[in-house]
Design a binder for this molecule. Structure first.
Ligand code: GUN
Ligand code: FE
Length: 481
């Protein structure tokens, strides 16, 4: 099940996906007839003289493959603060909860204890997000370079694809303890870029730096200019926050009176481009939406965070369909309290329904297709990998989750009458009475059950770059995978 484009949800039955030893999808064959399975291996049929492992879920409609989720906005360092800070709007929330926690990554008494502190937290974040099916994420760490390098190493160890953003902020007026000088920021960025350059295995780029001015209010103009140039000279993507909270927007107007609006601040410093991810983007003006589209930036929609710290309801349907801006999803831990993109899918739909009730415009409602697209292919486009991950297509990397609606302790109720065809290896021939459309309709119902009542327990296996990185199946005849 995947979303090749915004309006397209593709559900394929009896389909073989072949993956080579570089983790790349090598062949896709639709409408494979399982009755041939016993006398002729379909794999032999396609490619001779090569060794293959073969696994067949075609008779088990409660198991299906979806692309790995892509979280385009998450603060790895804020993981311990999940669930904390409901009482504050953004700027107070930052001062009271977020800056003090992030500062602990810089202020520990010794390098050893700092690294241990970071390793504990960062390992948990990566493990937790992988277990929830996130195969790629765009992360914020803290201002600290050493622990940021450690984070990149942990990503490689766990096997998750990641963009690593050391937070850049040389102008913190409200919480001066947690800040860096312009020179310190340059040195740290150079150290991280060099370190990560040598880290990836041959022929694979799993971790990559991403230029991360935290948000305009905590950056000097010199720093914004420098980061814009750094992105160009090293061909690196950019991520930041924009237009999340009304007080924040006023602050930007006060600090940058020469710029017409928030987006113009970033544009003036050469920070808007096709590899820029703008998180939140709740209160954009028409003019800002236009420039964001013109520059081909992506938005990372963070509905859980926007609700938790009561920042607002972003009109995502308009961004997608009127402005044709690429929108992806972000957990925004710990503004967001859930590190699962499946949870963000639920929340983005609920938030859009609330928006539609407020505006009395049904068109503001997001669909399952919209949400699944933003969680996968929209995310792939946001991180500049639209041709490499996000869907099942020839030549793409096998970054995939296996969903099992009947996994151990599953919260999903699946009743037999809802299944497209019976289980236990009954031949599909016996169920010819269901047309392809009927099968798809029933599969779509199962998709709804997964999205609204499923969770990490249903994400039973995860592959990243063709490598099995999560396996919750205890024992099974197919365990050689
Ligand atoms: N704006 C600037 N920094 C942050 C942050 O850490 N989280 C959120 N949600 N918004 C921000
Ligand atoms: Fe954020």
């Amino acid at each position: 099940i995947h979303t090749p484009s915004l309006k397209e949800l593709d559900i394929s039955f009896n389909t073989i996906v072949g993956v080579n030893n570089l983790g790349v999808i090598d062949f896709i064959h639709k409408n494979y007839n399982p009755d041939h399975h016993n006398n002729m291996s379909p794999v032999q049929f396609f490619i001779k003289n090569r060794h293959f492992d073969f696994i067949d879920y075609s008779q088990e409609p409660t198991k299906f493959f979806v692309p790995g989720f892509i979280d385009t906005h998450i603060h790895a360092s804020q993981f311990p603060n999940i669930g904390i800070g409901l009482d504050c709007p953004l700027l107070d929330w930052l001062n009271n909860y977020t800056f003090p926690l992030e500062n602990e990554f810089t202020n520990s008494n010794s390098t050893d204890s700092k690294l241990k502190f970071a390793k504990d937290i960062y390992s948990q974040v990566i493990e937790k997000t992988l277990n929830n099916g996130t195969t790629c994420a765009s992360y914020f760490t803290t201002i600290d370079p050493q622990t940021t390098n450690l984070f990149a190493e942990l990503l490689l160890r766990f096997g998750q694809r990641g963009f690593v953003g050391k937070v850049c902020m040389d102008h913190n007026e409200t919480y001066a303890d947690y800040s860096e000088t312009f020179e310190e920021c340059i040195d740290s960025m150079n150290a991280i870029i060099n370190h990560l350059h040598n880290l990836n295995p041959q022929d694979e780029i799993l971790v990559k730096p991403i230029i991360t001015p935290r948000f305009a209010p905590v950056c000097t103009r010199d720093l914004l200019f420098f980061l814009g140039q750094l992105s160009k000279s090293h061909n690196l993507p950019i991520q930041t926050h924009i237009s999340e909270n009304e007080k924040e927007i006023e602050l930007v107007h006060d600090l940058f009176p020469d710029c017409e609006d928030y987006a113009s601040v970033y544009n003036k410093h050469n920070l808007l481009g096709e590899s820029t991810i703008l998180a939140h983007a709740i209160h954009l003006t028409k003019k800002e939406r236009k420039i964001i589209k013109q520059k081909n930036c992506s938005i990372s929609h963070c509905p859980t965070s926007n609700t938790f710290i009561s920042s607002g309801e972003a009109p995502i349907k308009k961004y997608l369909y009127e402005d044709e801006i690429n929108v992806s999803l972000g957990t925004d831990v710990s503004g967001g309290f859930d590190s699962s993109i499946l949870a963000i899918i639920k929340h983005c739909i609920l938030v859009s329904h609330h928006l539609a009730m407020k505006t009395k415009n049904q068109k503001d409602k997001l669909s399952i297709n919209d949400a699944l697209f933003m969680a996968t292919q929209g995310g792939a486009q946001a991180v500049g990998m639209a041709d490499q991950i996000g869907t099942f297509e020839l030549g793409k990397k096998f970054d995939v989750q296996l969903i099992d609606l009947k996994s151990e302790d599953s919260n999903v109720d699946v009743f037999d009458w809802q299944l497209p065809f019976k289980e236990h290896h009954t031949s599909i021939e016996n169920h010819k009475s269901l047309s392809k459309d009927e099968q798809s309709k029933k599969m779509f119902d199962l998709l709804g059950k997964w999205i609204f009542s499923g969770d990490d327990r249903n994400c039973v296996k995860v592959w990243c770059n063709g490598r099995l990185v999560v396996n919750k199946v205890r024992y099974n005849h197919d365990d050689r995978w």
